[in-house]
Design a protein around this ligand. Structure first.
Ligand code: ADP
Ligand code: MG
Length: 720
């Protein structure tokens, strides 16, 4: 059977300064009419080159492309291309940008009036009819991209070619765009080839996912058929095991490509990379701590670092905006990501060099080496910063229980327990709560809070995972009754009148570690100097952020569409030391809501790592036989911190462990000749945590999975 579109034995070799570079070797793909194909693979493997050959913008050295029986030799309107950068004409209105393409294609076949109607019709398809007269500069990035798609569709192409079309959009806009693309594809049955880096996007949209091998001489590695019924509903799919299986297959493919780079690439690898073959990473011997100089030779100077739109991505944003990365010779691109799962996958597969991560994420990587590269962290980015918010309805019911102290951790948990008991008696559904990732302080502290009142988080409520920037939408839609999330997503829900904030995570555990900067162990081994340089830039940014006078400026930076994309006044509430709990109240003082530097906040305490591991054991995410200290040593790297801090002249603790739950206010830690100011470290229930004896610590809790109590372990729905 002849294919509609046939990419037939395509190879291409480019002349370069170092001689010919064979980029594609024998790429074969047959596409049926109406099929939606995603092309996925590591950066630089040749995806855009494939697309450009199909578009007729590049000529294959061998083989070729046949569309409906005719060989492709030139660009043509039967193959419209949408690039990441919309490439609209800035001087033309939205309408005229599309009209221009319509005139070019239909000059002879449509009348003036028909061309006008056709232009409007296509802009209507992408919901842009309201902005026909605006110039590209006067509409948002998402809208520009929609105009680019309307322009491509208006040419009635046989094939729509899209090169990372939504890569530059924020996650909400991206979600809308994916939905409208699915709707348009269902209606028009276009044949589409789309390049993407986003695993979820690929599975959601495609009939087949074509995974390319690493270059040079890249070809097609595997093709995954996605047999999911259309129309597809992203929310329903999130809990669909088949969907998650496909997702895992793609991640696995990318991961294996990363672990086994093609030989020719290995040969070409940077010769200056330092070899540290041992199983446990430590800084190379020549890098001793306490030096007052920073490493000048960088193994890699252009980095792509990931973050999630939250106020506590501030250290990365400040390091970039205040040119601190540049100060240490780094050119850093910050990549806004749509979920923690994406961050993990992109760091594991090498698409990102490193990222802001939840403090427990790199530890989880050590427990799951089948799906994840081992990761390490050399610095904590901040303490505290999360809160628990519930719907107005749930809050009303909690108030009606008459339990005292709803604004305390213990009182609010008791009230929630009574509401759950009422529901159980009336045979109503258990309330659903969201956290942002299974291995997060959010999950562990929400569970800690519930369990304190005798609520079994695996049996008495339904827990699900929702990316931070989407929790308020879930609350609005009534899909969850509450959540634990970082800012500005509590204040946002309160300001929108959707919910009421009960307590902060600081109320559950004073000054708990929150985010870290993490990279894969392999990356840290290959780039020790670069790693230290990044940590230095981030440390300086954290110190800057904790100067009280700077927080307002930080809010202005974060507010931008490319970072958190939220109004300055919403960001300011929590970042300037207050928190708005209810829309009818004044913000309350919360001076330690975000701690970025004070109180040795940036030190990667191995005892903190062990507390997270204890919670993984408590809730059945990790077996009882893991060795927390071995994992903590492999993942949390105080040496990297001490080296970077030493070079900056900052103090660092001399020990790697401390006890938790002892201090109800500030205290002093001796460190050589200096003393470090430290913060309170109490837990809501007065428990003490000693990292040396995790089993004894866990035995002190009545609700836990480790002692065989009721409830299934790991009953965690991953909802996106
Ligand atoms: P991807 O889209 O997968 O990130 P590309 O298709 O853009 O990758 O590039 C694949 C490889 O081909 C890269 O190593 C790139 O440097 C090289 N390349 C692309 N175009 C040219 C060209 N015109 N001349 C030389 N090398 C090129
Ligand atoms: Mg490309």
């Amino acid at each position: 059977m002849n294919a509609y579109l046939d990419i037939d034995h395509v190879s291409i070799t480019f002349p370069t300064d170092k001689g010919p570079l064979n980029v594609l070797s024998d790429v074969n793909l047959k596409v049926q009419q109406g099929e939606f194909i995603s092309l996925i693979g590591h950066s630089g493997c040749g995806k855009s080159t494939v697309l450009n050959i199909v578009a007729g913008l590049l000529q294959a050295s061998q083989g070729g492309v046949v569309l409906e029986g005719r060989e492709v030799t030139d660009p043509g309107p039967d193959r419209a291309v949408v690039f990441q950068n919309h490439s609209l004409m800035p001087w033309l209105s939205v309408y005229d940008n599309v009209r221009l393409a319509v005139d070019q294609v239909f000059k002879k076949t449509k009348s003036r009036r028909e061309r006008d109607e056709w232009t409007r019709h296509n802009l209507d398809l992408v919901h842009m009819s309201h902005a026909l007269e605006r110039k590209p500069d006067e509409v948002s990035g998402g809208m520009k991209q929609r105009v680019g798609i309307a322009r491509a569709l208006s040419m009635e192409p046989k094939v729509l070619l899209m090169d990372e079309p939504f890569g530059a959009l924020d996650s909400l806009t991206r979600t809308h765009m994916q939905d409208s693309l699915m709707e348009i594809h269902a209606r028009l049955n276009n044949t589409v080839i789309m390049i993407t880096h986003d695993v979820d996007e690929a599975v959601l949209l495609s009939d087949r996912i074509v995974m390319m091998t690493n270059g040079p001489s890249a070809s097609i590695g595997e093709i995954l058929e996605v047999n999911l019924q259309r129309p597809r509903d992203r929310l329903a799919l999130a809990e669909n095991p088949t969907y998650n299986h496909y997702r895992a297959e793609v991640v696995k493919f990318l991961h294996e490509r990363h672990q086994n780079p093609d030989k020719s690439l290995e040969d070409a690898a940077d010769e200056s990379a330092v070899e540290v073959p041992s199983n446990v990473y430590s800084l190379p011997a020549q890098m001793v701590s306490g030096k007052k100089s920073y490493p000048r030779h960088l193994e890699k100077s252009e980095l792509s670092l990931g973050f999630i739109p939250l106020t506590d991505c501030a250290p990365l944003v400040v390091a970039r905006e205040k040119n601190l990365f540049a100060k240490y010779g780094l050119s850093v691109e910050l990549s806004r990501e749509s979920s923690w799962a994406n961050i993990r996958d992109k760091v594991c597969t090498g698409i990102l060099d490193g990222a802001q991560m939840l403090a427990a994420m790199p530890l989880a990587s050590a427990l799951d080496d089948r799906h994840c590269q081992p990761m390490v962290t050399g610095m904590c980015l901040d303490l505290n910063g999360n809160a628990i918010t519930v719907s107005k309805e749930l809050y009303g019911r909690m108030l009606a229980t008459g339990v005292d102290g709803l604004d305390t951790a213990q009182g609010s948990a008791q009230a929630l327990r009574q509401v759950i008991e009422q529901d159980r008696a009336a045979n109503r559904q258990k309330p659903a709560f969201a956290t942002v990732f299974p291995e997060s302080s959010h999950n562990y502290l929400l569970r800690y809070w519930m369990a304190d009142a005798g609520i079994d988080p695996d049996a008495d409520v339904r827990l699900m995972v929702v990316p931070p920037q989407q929790v308020a939408h879930y609350l609005r839609a009534g899909m969850i009754a509450g959540y634990c999330v970082g800012e500005p997503w509590n204040t946002h829900a309160v300001c929108e009148g959707l919910g009421r904030t009960l307590i902060t995570s600081h109320d559950i555990w004073n000054n708990h570690p929150e985010k870290v900067f993490a990279v894969t162990r392999m990356w840290a081994e290959s780039n020790p100097n670069t790693h230290v340089a990044v940590v230095m830039a981030l440390l300086e940014a954290c110190a800057w952020l904790d100067e009280p006078g700077n927080r307002h400026q930080a809010c202005e930076m974060l507010s931008s569409g490319r970072y958190v994309n939220a109004p300055v006044d919403v960001l300011e509430k929590s970042l300037t030391g207050t928190l708005l709990f209810s829309s009818g109240e004044q913000p309350r003082a919360a001076p330690d809501y975000n701690v970025f530097h004070r109180n040795a906040a940036n030190f990667p305490w191995r005892s903190h790592a062990i507390w997270f591991l204890s919670q993984m054991m408590r809730w059945g995410q990790a077996g009882e036989n893991i060795e927390p200290d071995v994992i903590a040593r492999a993942v949390y790297k105080p040496d990297v911190f001490r080296f970077a801090a030493g070079a900056l002249g900052y103090s660092a603790p001399e020990t790697d462990y401390k006890q938790e739950g002892l201090h109800k206010s500030g205290w002093s830690l001796k460190s050589g000749e200096r003393t470090l100011a430290m913060g309170a470290d109490l837990f809501m229930d007065g428990h003490r945590f000693d990292a040396a004896d995790v089993k004894k610590y866990l035995a002190g809790f009545s609700i836990t999975r480790t002692t065989g109590s009721a409830g299934d372990s790991g009953d965690f729905e991953e909802a996106i």
